[in-house]
Write a protein that binds this ligand. Structure first.
Ligand code: CA
Length: 226
């Protein structure tokens, strides 16, 4: 899971990065609102930690813009702020933040809130079995079924399907699929992704069911949450 930190204080970024990486998260950061907006687009994080007071585009404005943006509007957002007053808290939640922490906060408490928010958004994370529509992927028995049919997938197609199912309903770029399934330091052509998607589709749709993998032209693919 990838977490984006948008925060202008370097010491705070480092503290957050240290704690998040210790918990096994991938961390990317941006130092102002403009950079933050770009990073949401380019990095497609799973959760955003957003500082309220930022130079330029404020945290509030950034949150508002993300919520208005169709593609990323469901991104989980935790606001971080030095203000602890009730009306600020209400305002933060009103404009669409999912949760709120006030500086100084305990890193352990923040980590617990992040985990809770991610679990709430995607109860499948950390589960032994993923189910989306009529597809069931058993991570322990290493088995995949669509309806009553057993699917026989190669190891790459299995990983690809798992990556898709954990992010069902989200549009994923070829780069995100490459990073997520093959790893960040592997050089592969975009075409490789297409080849494995074709194989996965063939296995998934062998019974003439509706195609679950939607091609989003010039962007990538989306595993439909039926
Ligand atoms: Ca700040």
């Amino acid at each position: 899971m990838k977490i984006l930190i948008v925060e202008d204080e370097p010491a705070m970024v480092e503290l957050l990065r240290y704690n998040l990486e210790s918990e096994g998260f991938d961390v990317v950061s941006a130092h102002d609102g403009e950079e933050g907006l770009l990073a949401v687009e380019e990095e497609q994080p799973d959760l955003l930690l957003l500082d309220w007071m930022l130079p330029g585009v404020s945290g509030i404005e950034l949150c508002r813009r993300i919520r208005r943006d169709g593609k990323n509007s469901a991104l989980p957002i935790i606001m971080i702020t030095a203000r602890g007053e009730e009306h600020d808290r209400v305002r933060g939640l009103d404009i669409g933040a999912d949760d709120y922490v006030t500086k100084p906060f305990s890193p352990a408490e923040l980590m617990a809130r992040i985990r809770a928010l991610l679990r709430r958004r995607n109860p499948d994370i950390g589960a032994e079995k993923l189910t989306v529509g009529d597809v069931e992927l058993d991570l322990v028995a290493y088995r995949v079924r669509r309806g009553e049919r057993d699917l026989h997938l190669g190891p790459t197609e299995f990983k690809l399907l798992r990556f898709f199912m954990e992010r069902a309903g989200r549009v994923l770029t070829r780069d995100q699929l490459l990073d997520g399934v093959w790893g960040q330091n592997v050089y592969l052509e975009d075409r490789t992704v297409d080849v494995h998607i074709r194989r996965l589709r063939k296995a998934l749709n062998a019974g003439d069911e509706p195609d679950l993998i939607r091609t989003v032209r010039a962007v990538g693919y989306c595993f439909e949450r039926v």
